[in-house]
Design a protein around this ligand. Sequence first.
Ligand code: ADP
Ligand code: MG
Length: 260
Amino acid sequence: MASIQIQNLHVEVNGNEILKGFNLTMKQGEIHALMGPNGTGKSTLSYAIMGHPRYKVTGGDILLDGESILDLSTDQRANRGLFLAFQYPVSISGVTLANFLRVAVNSKLKASDPDSKGMSLVAFRKAMKAKMDFLGMDYSFAGRYLNEGFSGGEKKRAEILQLAMLEPKFGILDETDSGLDIDAVRVVSEGVNSLVGDNLGVLVITHYQRMLNFLKPDFVHIMYQGRIVETGQAELALKLEESGYDWIREVYGESGNGNG
Ligand code: ADP
Ligand code: MG
């Protein structure tokens, strides 16, 4: 079973240390929710896992199945089974969601087998229809131009469909969009719940406690000032719902008594 281990990760952005000893281990088949107040480094973590050049790893390691991925390009990381599409490609007029997904699926097939001709149009359409049926999505959605006039919920739907088609080992969904409405939150949560089987692990990054009303995470982590400070299950999210992040600041804040 595949695993991803983030070990004592330190990451700098523009010379500022943002991640300060971040640790997390995930296995396929697990849903992890990563929560925390704004500015704690949740998105920085996603960028660092993706290999964005602006986010410099200055210490620690990221291991996929025991092997460091730090020297790999973003493409190579994707080809090893990491799904990191939390950002949307610029919408190109005339490129439908279906076109886009077919290119993505075929380039992944070619990466694992240089002789692969990719999926035929017919085979692809059939596979996509099956996934869309499974996810309860209207097939006409695939004919829409990518991201052109997509609502928050539709963008999330496209993201979940991408996750379903690419079948990565691990998906990282960074809910950076503060404009996510309840529909989008539900789309992500239900999509993740239904896709996670034995072969997919998902890290859902969110600062919405209400996300946990739909998502069924195996673990809930609270991140604060560049590292995980608490790990629990759903009860941790309930505690956040009742008390917010103030207790975290008190315990782990600079002037608090926390051990860091
Ligand atoms: P979160 O996703 O938890 O809200 P971020 O990872 O976006 O937190 O940001 C953490 C800190 O890193 C913030 O202080 C933010 O200003 C800084 N930061 C993140 N990305 C950049 C960037 N590209 N340039 C400058 N500062 C950044
Ligand atoms: Mg963020």
